[in-house]
Design a binder for this molecule. Structure first.
Ligand SMILES: NC(=O)c1ccc[n+]([C@@H]2O[C@H](COP(=O)([O-])OP(=O)(O)OC[C@H]3O[C@@H](n4cnc5c(N)ncnc54)[C@H](OP(=O)(O)O)[C@@H]3O)[C@@H](O)[C@H]2O)c1
Length: 265
């Protein structure tokens, strides 16, 4: 198979979570451009509805929507069962969702930790359990999790987030040992990526430190060897590659897409 054809997702069906904005939205578009059938999942019906025709114009063979809340396991189970009955199976799962609120870990409540575990680990576990039979039957499965560079180097004032990313990383590595051949699982670790999430983190950092948001973002750019913030499309390109046949022998890795900011190897 030539390299260009090994990137094609023409016969594949992808479920992209957190697809109404930011990295998830860009990922849905990238998978559409590679010809996949794309189902987007988030809480915002309006945003997903607006995206649907854009996915079809970009090249998606079909575009479907699942409106549900990853914080609510029972609702998620019901929504995924209904969707799989109507449109399944799916061969690609992009697990991506909103990051936990900022703050020091010492100040985090038990409820905040439990909520993050439910939103990230529990929803990912439920989705894999729902989708795996279809992946196994097709002999093709790609699970890509959107985590954070904090898997390698914790970020100050993102205590709950740091903790849950490490949990997700351990969860994925464990599954990489258990999943059948042909079904891979990998993580993408975004660095500073221009989305609503990053804008709100910049605002919170500015308020905490008494600087302007522009100064905060300028410091962030200076800390990155590429000297700029990333674009959601740049993270999406890495996810699309890991979802493609071209990545068939990549399993259990965490790929940073951070302009070189991480110092650890
Ligand atoms: N941007 C960065 O610089 C950066 C860096 C490192 C890591 N990350 C992480 O990467 C992930 C994506 O980041 P982003 O910047 O693209 O975030 P974003 O712009 O805030 O988008 C988050 C997406 O997740 C969805 N979502 C949030 N809570 C949900 C829930 N309970 N159930 C279902 N969907 C939910 C949102 O849609 P609805 O509101 O419609 O549900 C939205 O589509 C996050 O976990 C973030 O922390 C981001």
């Amino acid at each position: 198979m030539s390299l260009p054809s090994s990137l094609s997702l023409a016969t594949r069906h992808a479920l992209v979570c957190g697809a109404s904005a930011g990295i998830g939205r860009a990922t849905a578009m990238a998978l559409a451009e590679l010809g996949a059938r794309v189902t987007t999942l988030a809480r915002s019906q309006e945003a997903l509805g607006e995206l649907q025709p854009q996915l079809l114009r970009a090249g998606a063979a079909e575009a479907h929507v699942v409106v549900t809340d990853l914080d609510a396991p029972s609702a998620l189970d019901a929504a995924i069962t209904t969707w799989l009955d109507a449109h399944g199976p799916a061969h690609i799962l992009v697990h991506n969702t909103g990051g936990p609120p900022g703050g020091r870990l010492l100040d985090a409540t038990a409820e905040a930790l439990q909520a993050a575990f439910r939103r990230h680990v529990v929803s990912a576990q439920r989705l894999v359990q729902h989708l795996l039979p279809g992946m196994r039957a097709a002999g093709y499965g790609r699970i890509v999790n959107v985590l954070s560079t904090s898997v390698r180097e914790p970020i100050d004032h993102l205590g709950v987030s740091n903790t849950i990313r490490a949990a997700m990383s351990a969860w994925a590595k464990t599954l990489s040992r258990e999943l059948p051949p042909g079904v891979t699982i990998n993580n993408v670790l975004p660095g500073y990526t221009s989305t609503e999430r990053l804008a709100s983190l910049a605002q919170a950092t500015a308020e905490r430190s008494g600087r302007s948001r522009a100064e905060v973002e300028s410091d962030w750019r200076a800390a990155v060897p590429e000297k700029r913030l990333g674009k959601p499309e740049e993270v999406a390109a890495a996810i699309a590659f890991l979802a493609s046949p071209a990545a068939s022998y990549i399993r259990g890795v965490s790929l940073a897409v951070d302009g070189g900011r991480l110092r650890s190897i």
